[in-house]
Design a binder for this molecule. Structure first.
Ligand SMILES: Cc1cc2nc3c(=O)[nH]c(=O)nc-3n(C[C@H](O)[C@H](O)[C@H](O)COP(=O)(O)OP(=O)(O)OC[C@H]3O[C@@H](n4cnc5c(N)ncnc54)[C@H](O)[C@@H]3O)c2cc1C
Ligand SMILES: NC(=O)c1ccc[n+]([C@@H]2O[C@H](COP(=O)([O-])OP(=O)(O)OC[C@H]3O[C@@H](n4cnc5c(N)ncnc54)[C@H](OP(=O)(O)O)[C@@H]3O)[C@@H](O)[C@H]2O)c1
Length: 497
């Protein structure tokens, strides 16, 4: 009898967990990878910057894992909404939670909730075409924008804001997002670090790219970059040297300007009905802690992008530490037959590859715990989902989305793929679901097997009629889900514009 494991989340941690299970298990193993979205790969699809195509190609490796015998992708199934901890423990010998860190940390300053103050999580989701954020959510109509934080996500966000739409044309950015980037009125982007250049979290390779932007001059103030490089570790020393070299640069008169600031912390976001300015305070370190000096500066920005880190959210019924914002574990073990891997296990840090060794550790613990034990499961998940009116998006359903994205890119003369957002993805999934059920074209899905449709409803939250039109599939997904999502869109759009 096979060992049956449910992996919750199909980002790098979830897929590496599935891979480690197939590699480390000495007997037969079956792995179901459950994912709330209709599409796999987590932040590799909806986080890694669209212009970092070589990093995105890691999806090719992850795909081979999902295609292995014994591994099954079940998209559009959300833990906590569609299935509970008890359901999974009844159906599988073990459960591994790999749901990442999907929401933003807060800065804790007045004005943080004003329209125009935006979490980087939302902005990244927007340009990556994530179903949670509609394509019309952001209008880049402010000439000046501040990005708070000096980590790699801040660097990604700044780079996307600084590049021209033409430079992003061959990426997978959804059509409507590309149109909005093309219409951007942004002239100056301030990237603000609350400590010095020697404390910045970005990595050297990523930092260097900002100095090579064709469309933007980068400016650093010599007095803010004046750190001694003597005893610094190699990477950090590299960062400081690059920043100091930029401080000596003469601007070349490019259309956009990037101001990289240090020793400034946000103290208030100003504005009546929306962001009108950002108040910063000069800082210094006292006993290793950031303190204000009482010297202030106001930046006339119309948008503040808060890129101060991600955090995990608790999963219903699963232990969670509010102090570390992770699931407490010992080498991946959370409780009997329950495990954790990835950002949910160790917090939002490290590169994609870090999740591979992390998942391998969790799987070692799991297999050691379960070795020699009798199977614990009694039920099957699929009938349970069917009783709840859910038919998961299959791996073939996802491949249909991939094929449609490649076709869209070809029809637009844009790169390898263009992300389908909203109605267009919903239409592809609806069509695929019909075919999997053996129904003729144009037949409505019977009630009770609407999983593909419900996942499609989730997908349609990003409602991009333009992309749907271009894909030649407009209209097919005119579902109640799409209508509901449109309502949500209006509210979000007002808040963020
Ligand atoms: C903006 C950004 C850019 C990045 N760029 C790079 C880069 O260029 N190079 C690099 O090496 N690293 C990069 N990283 C880091 C890398 O993406 C992470 O290390 C990695 O994605 C973490 O993997 P994970 O599987 O733990 O989480 P995730 O990738 O977030 O995957 C979690 C998955 O769980 C799913 N999920 C969440 N809740 C539920 C639920 N309740 N039920 C079912 N499924 C659920 C999510 O939809 C998601 O698919 C980046 C990170 C960010 C935030
Ligand atoms: N290309 C890549 O490889 C790539 C791309 C994107 C992301 N990633 C990885 O993904 C992970 C997450 O990246 P991230 O950029 O979100 O997080 P991060 O590396 O932790 O950076 C967060 C930044 O926010 C600042 N910050 C935190 N709270 C603040 C506050 N209240 N006010 C002002 N500034 C504040 C931090 O400053 P302090 O240091 O002072 O706290 C830091 O500069 C990292 O491991 C990153 O390397 C990798």
């Amino acid at each position: 009898m096979s060992l049956r494991v449910a992996v919750v989340g199909s980002g790098p941690a979830g897929v590496y967990t599935a891979e480690a299970l197939t590699r480390q298990a000495t007997g037969p193993v079956e792995v179901d990878v459950l994912e709330r979205l209709p599409t796999p790969y987590g932040l590799v699809r909806y986080g890694v910057a669209p212009d970092h195509t070589s990093i995105k190609s890691i999806a090719g490796y992850l795909r081979r894992v999902l295609e292995q015998p014994g591994v099954r992708f079940l998209g559009g199934v959300e833990f906590g909404r569609d299935v509970s901890r008890e359901d999974l423990l009844a159906c599988y010998d073990a459960v591994v939670y790999c749901t990442g860190a999907m929401v933003d940390r807060r800065m804790g300053v007045p004005g943080e909730d004003l329209p125009g103050s935006v979490a980087a999580t939302d902005f990244v989701n927007w340009y990556c075409g994530h179903p949670d954020v509609p394509a019309d959510r952001f209008l880049l109509d402010s000439p000046e924008i501040a990005v708070i934080g000096v980590g790699n996500v801040a660097v990604d966000v700044v780079r996307i804001l600084a590049k021209t739409a033409e430079e992003l044309r061959d990426t997978d950015v959804p059509e409507e997002v590309l149109a909005r980037l093309a219409a951007s009125r942004v002239k100056t982007v301030h990237m603000v670090g609350r400590r010095g250049p020697e404390h910045a979290k970005f990595t050297l390779k990523e930092l260097r790219e900002l100095g090579e932007l064709a469309n933007a001059d980068v400016r650093v103030r010599p007095e803010e970059a004046a750190a001694s490089v003597e005893d610094l570790p190699r990477q950090v020393r590299g960062n400081v040297e690059v920043l100091q070299s930029w401080a000596a640069r003469i601007p070349a008169g490019r259309p956009r300007r990037l101001e990289v600031r240090f020793w400034m912390r946000p103290v208030e976001i100003l504005g009546r009905d929306r962001v009108e300015a950002l108040r910063l305070e000069r800082t210094r370190l006292a006993d290793g802690r950031v303190v204000g000096t009482g010297a202030f500066e106001v930046l006339p920005v119309g948008m503040v992008l808060r890129s101060v880190g991600y955090r995990s959210v608790p999963l219903p019924g699963v232990p969670f530490s509010e102090a570390t914002m992770t699931v407490p574990n010992e080498a991946g073990r959370v409780a009997d037959r329950e495990y954790v891997a990835g950002w949910l296990k160790r917090g939002p840090s490290g590169v994609i590859g870090t999740n591979k060794s992390d998942a391998a550790e969790t799987v070692r613990t799991l297999l050691a715990d379960l070795s020699g034990r009798a199977p614990a499961r009694h039920a099957d998940l699929e009938p349970l989902l069917a009783r709840r009116g859910l038919a998961p998006v299959t791996y073939d359903g996802w491949r249909a989305v991939e094929a449609a994205e490649a076709a869209l890119a070809r029809s637009l003369g844009r790169g390898e793929r263009v992300k389908l957002a909203g109605a267009a993805m919903a239409a592809v999934l609806e069509d695929r679901g019909r075919r999997e059920d053996g129904l003729p074209d144009g037949t409505e899905h019977p009630e009770g097997t609407a999983g593909a449709a419900s996942a499609a409803g989730a997908a349609s939250a990003a409602g991009t009629a333009g992309a749907a039109g271009a894909a030649g599939t407009a209209g097919a997904a005119g579902t109640a889900g799409a209508a509901g999502a449109a309502g949500a869109q209006d509210a979000e759009g007002l808040a963020a514009r």
